[in-house]
Design a protein around this ligand. Structure first.
Ligand code: MSP
Length: 630
């Protein structure tokens, strides 16, 4: 029977687009899953969406949609993005699905019935954006959220608690008895220190919003999003449902259960999740790989800094494989890495165009030129170079497997590139163009090219989990079909027949041209007719007030000519209502009206936003309301 491997990404928040940074987790899990499939594991790869919570409730209201409509749209786009990125997930679970909500409710009820969850009261500072409570000492000086910097809200509510304290000792024992439970070790040590400092019981229900899973015994309460979200790793396998075969196979009797997460969500996975499992009597047999962040040169990616890069921008321009390789090869396990177009283009040129691309192209050209595309396996060695390259192939494959099996992709890929560079050096050392001049050295020439072919064939197999399209192209050029780890080793090909017309896989990029185009606007071009569809008018604000229970929204009354419009606008973070009254603003007058938080919104106010600066409305000084803007 095949060994099993269950790999999960965190389920992504459905509150925004996936950017190049958080797409890393999913690409890394895909690499890990593909590697295990090729290693002969029966692999189940899960990803999905974390859809409940106040943030989505508010975002849906602001967009005039129901929360379900909003998350349906986001789930469809996200799942499509993963498909386009050749992510090979076996399931995509969404926390608003009935197969999930039903079981989460059941999990909560069980924990309540056995008194691991109890009713208490909570008073604390809550960040809506992060869906988390913070203690006084964690807050910023002005009471802001320590994670995202936004204002927190004081919340006092009756709520349910999970008895974390009861399981503190068992959790510590588990962590200490299983040194590889959390990797890398620095993260493990962080968790030990956190647990040893003492666990307080966790508030696990909310009454301040509705978009969540109601507690069966007390539906005024919805289940805390993290309890809801973490459970996805079990609900997707059919835990507690009529058919729990996947749960039995991949979890209970599984050989490898791996949760991959970024460092920001460590506490939830290393403390709350194992305690939930202990309380439920589910074996705590998973392990955690905790990776760092993809950062920009100036730090975190964020809307306010205006420095977000989306995977589509990169892959549409430079190809999916170049993007996948960059992220996987740049990120060491446990530390952060930087994404910059300068570095991306530099690595594209050195790793792909020069090292791999040249080796492939030189080899194919020579096999065609000297042997009309055909080689035979040599029956002897012609020098130390041959033995050395054969050994490098074998050693690389071994080190690669060890590194990839333990999520050390960067180490594994550095080994692969060592082999690629060693092979390029082998060409310089053996000088096939010199050997080719001597008819009596035909067999030696065949052996040289055969070694290069074998090195590239093994390289393509090792790269298949990371850059699957490129690996397949190399296999096709080599006249081979199925990529298989049994092929990892020198001398597995009896006779060779390569393509006559090799295509250049990666052309060198000119950094100057590329970087210039990156700095320019990347939205698609429009025509003057597109622009003329907008009816832009000057409108005077005659009234402004805050929308109840919202940090972002203002309700404006705007006079355009004789008529007065009502516009709901996300200006509350940047303007006090009184500051807007009397201002003459630019309004999109023909925008289809929508309801936002129950208020009709008949237009849109234009604003400027950009790196590190506050949102600013566009104002007109001399004109009166109703003037056209063109
Ligand atoms: N919804 C939660 C997870 C619940 S799991 C039970 C969540 N979602 S997320 O969309 O914010 O994050 C998804 C993944 O992206 C997480 O692993 C997170 O750590 C990771 N990253 C978010 N920003 C990142 C970078 N800039 N770089 C690398 N990974 C980052 O957290």
């Amino acid at each position: 029977m095949k060994k099993t491997c269950y790999v999960t990404t965190p389920i992504y928040y459905s509150s925004g687009n996936v950017h190049i940074g958080n797409s890393y987790t999913t690409i890394a899990c895909d690499v890990y899953s593909r590697f295990h499939r090729l290693s002969g594991y029966d692999t189940f790869f899960l990803t999905g969406m974390d859809e409940h919570g106040q943030k989505n409730e508010e975002a849906a209201a602001a967009a005039g949609k129901t929360p379900q409509q909003l998350v349906d749209e986001i789930a469809a786009t996200t799942n499509q993005l993963w498909r386009d990125m050749k992510i090979t997930h076996d399931d995509f679970i969404r926390t608003s699905e009935e197969r999930h909500t039903r079981i989460v409710r059941e999990i909560f009820s069980r924990l309540l019935a056995q008194d691991d969850i109890y009713m208490g009261a909570y008073e604390g500072d809550y960040c809506v954006s992060c869906e988390a409570f913070f203690t006084k000492s964690q807050l910023g000086e002005d009471g802001s959220c320590p994670d995202c910097g936004k204002p927190t809200r004081k919340v006092k509510e009756e709520c349910y608690f999970l008895r974390l304290s009861k399981y503190q000792d068992r959790l510590l024992e588990h962590i200490k008895a299983n040194p590889d439970f959390i990797e890398p070790e620095t993260r493990r040590n962080e968790v030990i220190a956190f647990v040893e400092s003492g666990l307080e019981d966790l508030a696990v229900s909310r009454t301040s919003f509705r978009w969540g899973i109601p507690v069966r015994e007390n539906p005024r309460h919805v289940i805390y999003v993290w309890i809801d979200a973490l459970s996805n790793y079990l609900t997707a396998l059919g835990y507690l449902s009529a058919d729990d075969a996947l749960y039995q196979k991949y979890w209970v009797n599984g050989d490898k259960v791996v949760h991959v997460i970024g460092k920001d969500i460590l506490r939830f996975h290393a403390v709350y999740w194992p305690i939930m499992l202990m309380a439920l009597g589910v074996p705590v047999n998973f392990k955690l790989y905790v990776h760092g962040w993809v950062l920009m040169k100036e730090g975190k990616m964020s809307k306010s800094a205006g420095n977000i890069i989306y995977p589509r921008d990169v892959m549409d321009k430079y190809g999916l494989d170049a993007m996948r390789l960059y992220l996987i090869k740049e990120m060491p396990l446990g530390n952060d890495c930087v994404f910059s177009y300068e570095r991306f283009i530099e690595k594209y040129n050195s790793d792909l165009a020069n090292d791999l691309g040249n080796l492939l192209n030189r080899t194919l050209v020579m096999i065609n030129k000297y042997f009309a595309g055909r080689l035979e396996k040599p029956d002897r060695r012609y020098g130390d170079y041959d033995r050395e390259l054969e050994e490098t192939i074998e050693n690389t494959a071994r080190k690669y497997k060890e590194s990839f099996a333990s999520f050390r992709f960067q180490n594994g890929l550095n080994e692969v590139w060592h082999l690629i560079n060693r092979s390029n050096k082998y060409i310089d050392e053996t000088m096939p163009w010199v050997v080719a001049k001597d008819e009596s050295r035909r067999d030696e020439l065949n052996a040289i090219l055969y070694h290069l072919y074998e090195s590239l064939r093994v390289t393509a197999i090792m790269l298949a989990p990371v850059i699957p399209d490129t690996a397949e192209k190399i296999f096709r050029d080599f006249g081979l079909d199925t990529i298989d780890f049994n092929g990892l080793g020198y001398g597995k090909t009896a006779s060779v027949k390569v393509t006559e017309k090799p295509e250049i896989l990666f052309r060198r990029l000119d950094p100057e041209i590329e970087l210039k185009s990156q700095n320019e606007n990347t939205k698609p071009e429009i025509t003057i007719d597109d622009f003329n569809k907008l009816d832009l008018r000057v409108g005077e604000v005659i009234d402004a007030r805050k929308v109840e229970n919202s940090d972002k929204l203002l309700l404006l009354k705007i006079k355009i000519g004789a008529a007065t419009r009502q516009v709901v606008s996300g200006l509350a973070g940047a303007y006090a209502p009184a500051d807007l009254i009397g201002k003459k603003l630019v309004v999109v007058a023909n925008l289809k009206p929508v309801k936002i938080r129950g208020y009709l919104s008949e237009g849109m106010v234009l604003t400027a936003e950009g790196k590190g600066l506050p949102l600013e409305v566009l104002e007109v000084k001399k004109h009166n309301s109703n003037s056209r803007i063109s």
